[in-house]
Design a binder for this molecule. Structure first.
Ligand code: BES
Ligand code: MN
Ligand code: ZN
Length: 492
């Protein structure tokens, strides 16, 4: 796994500033006041810092922005990054400021002079989130020494304690990004299952259902998607028992299509390579489970991911085929490219039969229509339960991850009527993301609080986001982690 940056917290020692290698970050409030460390930096670089914070350029900065003084005289460091930030900045602002620092600082050593900033751990968290590069397949890059981050702060013990949980979350986010970045010839269903199994070392209980077992359970919808592929379909289950024994768990369900060619309803060639990320929902579930286990969350959570590959072949499902789901409902497969919902139908049903969950959150790169609606800024949120949905939206907001609720309604559900089966798998062009959600809702039992997250637009993005360089974002790991903390863990 791509390692997260090592972070250490230490007492402020201004005598070390001159010798620090790599980069030094200093924090200055928007009104331009220099603290003890900043005054030392200013003295070392012969007044350059003071000139910066007294300049017009400084007045134009927003909290979280930074300016760089390159090759400062009188210091070993190659640059001083001057971050504009209030001492009592809220967590998201502090985190985003850290991410901006991570972006500017690149990959070398970084000394952050946090002084009396109230959230030094959030600053470091931002750096850790932003500092990510997927170099797995670049020869010669694999064993470059990763830089280290040192944070000098007035209260290093408190910061270290606060950071411990954040480090677990950052690991979860990086794990998700690795999975999403990995090409499909490497991340086969078998390899995916192996990486999940490895998480047993964190205290998760992992089981893998193979095709034969799923056949016995009647998962005809999920199995119909993987039929055309040489890679066997699998259902991976991760159980985290951190709460009261016997308490109903939260279920996290993910679409894990390791590659989506569209099947016999083949996708056009242009851009098809993007479909290596069609396991993004499963990737977020795995990252969230990793974060929860890593910080020993006091809640019961079970992650279930359907791992399949959607390929055309002589064994592949044809348009017009009728398949039977584990629930027993029959589905007319009009378009084999609407495969994610077929996978989720059976995983959702299995989750309910097996675990009687207190709630379900499913995640899927489900529809291109979601990108048309919300672009790459926010994921689509659908829910049958205002309370759970409200809690999720609040958690996403608090973590700075974009999310926007869309409607469900019977009139949309009517679009799924089939002439020859209980339903068809597509509802036509109009409201494509909503009809997909309606399809899923048919596999959610009455009274089970459920959220569907369509993450097609946010899973992999072509430009930098607040927390990530362009590429796999890890969107959702932080929001889910907080949802669990807010709603499923005892306070304190
Ligand atoms: N995996 C795709 C959705 C997708 C598209 C995700 C682009 C990310 C980027 C999904 O399986 C799919 O192909 N959906 C179809 C549904 C249609 C056939 C009803 C789509 O969106 O075109
Ligand atoms: Mn598809
Ligand atoms: Zn797909």
């Amino acid at each position: 796994m791509t390692p997260t940056v090592p972070v250490t917290f230490a007492e402020t020692d201004i005598e070390q500033i001159a010798q620090a290698e790599g980069r030094v970050a200093v924090i200055v409030t928007p009104d331009g006041k220099l603290d003890t460390a900043a005054r030392r930096v200013n003295r070392l670089c012969k007044g350059a810092l003071k000139r910066l914070v007294e300049s017009d350029a400084w007045t134009r900065l927003k909290p979280g922005d930074l300016r760089t003084l390159a090759w400062p005289a009188g210091m070993q460091a190659e640059a001083v990054d001057v971050l504009c930030l209030e001492r009592n900045a809220d967590p998201v602002t502090a985190r985003k400021a850290g991410a901006a620092l991570g972006r500017a600082a690149g990959e070398g050593d970084l000394l952050i002079l946090a002084g009396t900033v109230r959230r030094p751990a959030e600053l470091a968290f931002g750096v850790a989130l932003r500092r990510y590069r997927f170099t797995e397949h670049m020869t010669g890059e694999q064993d470059a020494r990763p830089g280290a981050v040192t944070v000098m702060t007035g209260k290093p013990d408190a910061a270290r304690a606060a950071y411990a949980d954040m480090a677990a979350v950052a690991e979860g986010v990086h794990f998700t990004r690795d999975l999403v970045s990995e090409p499909a010839n490497h991340l086969t269903t078998t390899e995916f299952a192996r990486r999940i199994k490895e998480m047993e070392s964190l205290g998760l209980k992992v089981s893998i259902l193979e095709e034969e077992e799923m056949q016995k359970l009647g998962m005809g919808a999920l199995l119909s998607v993987g039929h055309g592929s040489a890679s066997p379909s699998k259902l991976a289950v991760m159980e985290w028992q951190g709460g009261e024994s016997g308490a109903a768990p939260l279920a996290l369900v993910g679409k894990g299509v390791v590659f989506d060619t569209g099947g016999i309803s083949l996708k056009p060639a242009a851009g098809m390579e993007d479909m290596t990320m069609d396991m993004g929902g499963a990737g977020v579930v795995c990252g969230a489970m990793r974060a929860l286990a890593g910080r020993k969350a006091k809640a019961n959570v079970v992650g279930l991911v359907g791992l399949v590959e959607n390929m055309p072949s002589d064994r592949a499902t044809r348009p017009g085929d009728v398949v039977t789901s584990m629930k027993g409902d029959t589905i007319e497969v009009i378009n084999t490219d609407a495969e994610g919902r077929l996978v989720l139908a059976d995983v959702l049903w299995y989750a309910q039969e097996q675990y009687k969950p207190a709630g379900i959150v499913d995640l899927a790169t489900l529809t291109g229509a979601m990108i048309v609606a919300l672009g790459h800024e926010k994921a689509g949120v659908f829910s049958n339960d205002d309370a759970l949905c409200g809690a999720f939206l609040k958690a996403a907001e608090a973590e700075g991850e974009g999310a926007w609720r869309l409607p469900l309604a019977e009139a949309y559900d009517d679009l799924l009527k089939s002439e020859i089966a209980d339903m068809k798998n597509v509802g036509g062009r109009a409201a494509g993301s909503i009809t997909a959600a309606q399809f899923l809702q048919r596999f959610v039992k009455d009274g089970v609080p459920w959220i569907h997250l369509d993450i097609a637009g946010v899973t992999r993005v072509k430009s930098d986001t607040a927390y990530a360089p362009k590429g796999a974002s890890g969107w959702g790991v932080m929001a889910l982690n907080r949802l669990v903390a807010d709603r499923f863990e005892p306070e304190g």
